[in-house]
Design a binder for this molecule. Structure first.
Ligand SMILES: NC(=O)c1ccc[n+]([C@@H]2O[C@H](COP(=O)([O-])OP(=O)(O)OC[C@H]3O[C@@H](n4cnc5c(N)ncnc54)[C@H](OP(=O)(O)O)[C@@H]3O)[C@@H](O)[C@H]2O)c1
Length: 230
């Protein structure tokens, strides 16, 4: 399978890329901004099957992303995992911060999907998985300081439902994993000292399995991945 994953330089994306690369039949195309970290990822690929591409999703155009994907004859799985979290009281946020959040979390995903559609419609098992957040799900617990982040993830959830409907004729399935807290650099930077009940490697195994198999069972679903209620 040809699998494209964004935000693969660290955290959940890094471990998901490695998990998917355990199968020598998979080719993992990994994007993020940090070239040095991507080099480490590539060097840890068990079968030399991770291909890295430095790209800033906030500033890349759809044409830039199409050029990265062009060598693939087809794309089977696209995992829109890249994201940023800025923890700031709403009253102190400025439009630049909202812009940076939505550029990375929402518009980056929009551009990746647009670039990948022509290659995904050739696949018999096409699956787009958007990595959302419990904070972007209606009726869940909300936390001060996360308005921009949570709003961007709510948009990702809604985009998932819309794309699932629109891409049905192309036989491309689209689902969203709304993750709860995971121990990663992102979480540690935003909430120093907070310990989540699950680590990045463990969550990556779940994400990888979902991406490979669950297109058969669901489409347009926002799947909460959390042990907390609500
Ligand atoms: N950790 C949690 O508790 C948690 C909970 C719910 C949802 N999530 C979601 O899960 C996903 C992964 O989170 P994580 O905790 O693993 O975060 P992380 O450790 O901060 O990793 C985020 C990844 O996104 C990439 N990225 C950020 N901005 C980018 C941009 N403009 N262009 C390209 N790549 C960009 C980063 O790479 P570069 O810096 O190299 O570009 C990095 O590889 C995110 O979408 C996050 O919102 C996480």
């Amino acid at each position: 399978m040809n699998i494209v994953i964004t935000g693969a330089s660290r955290g959940i994306g890094y471990h998901t890329a490695l998990e998917l690369a355990k199968d020598p039949a998979n080719r993992v195309i990994a994007l993020s901004r940090n070239t040095a970290a991507l080099d480490v990822l590539r060097s840890n690929a068990p079968h030399g099957n991770i291909y890295i591409f430095p790209a800033d999703l906030a500033t890349s155009t759809v044409a830039d992303l199409e050029a990265i994907l062009a060598p693939c004859e087809e794309v089977d799985v696209l995992i829109n995992n890249a994201g940023v979290l800025m923890n700031k009281p709403f009253a102190m946020t400025d439009m630049g911060m909202w812009q940076r959040t939505f550029e990375a979390n929402l518009f980056g995903t929009v551009k990746m999907v647009q670039a990948a559609i022509p290659l995904m419609q050739k696949s018999a098992v096409a699956h787009i998985v958007n990595i959302g957040s419990m904070g972007g799900v209606q009726g869940t617990s909300k936390f001060p300081g996360l308005a921009a982040y949570s709003a961007s993830k709510a948009a990702i959830a809604n985009l998932t439902e819309c794309l699932a409907e629109e891409l049905k004729p192309l036989n491309i399935k689209v689902n969203c994993l709304a993750l709860g807290a995971v121990n990663t650099e992102m979480l540690n930077e935003a909430f120093p000292g907070y310990q989540a009940p699950v680590g990045a490697e463990e969550m990556a195994r779940m994400v990888a399995h979902f991406c490979l198999h669950n297109h058969r069972f669901m489409n347009g679903k926002i799947v909460p991945v959390s042990t907390s209620t609500p």
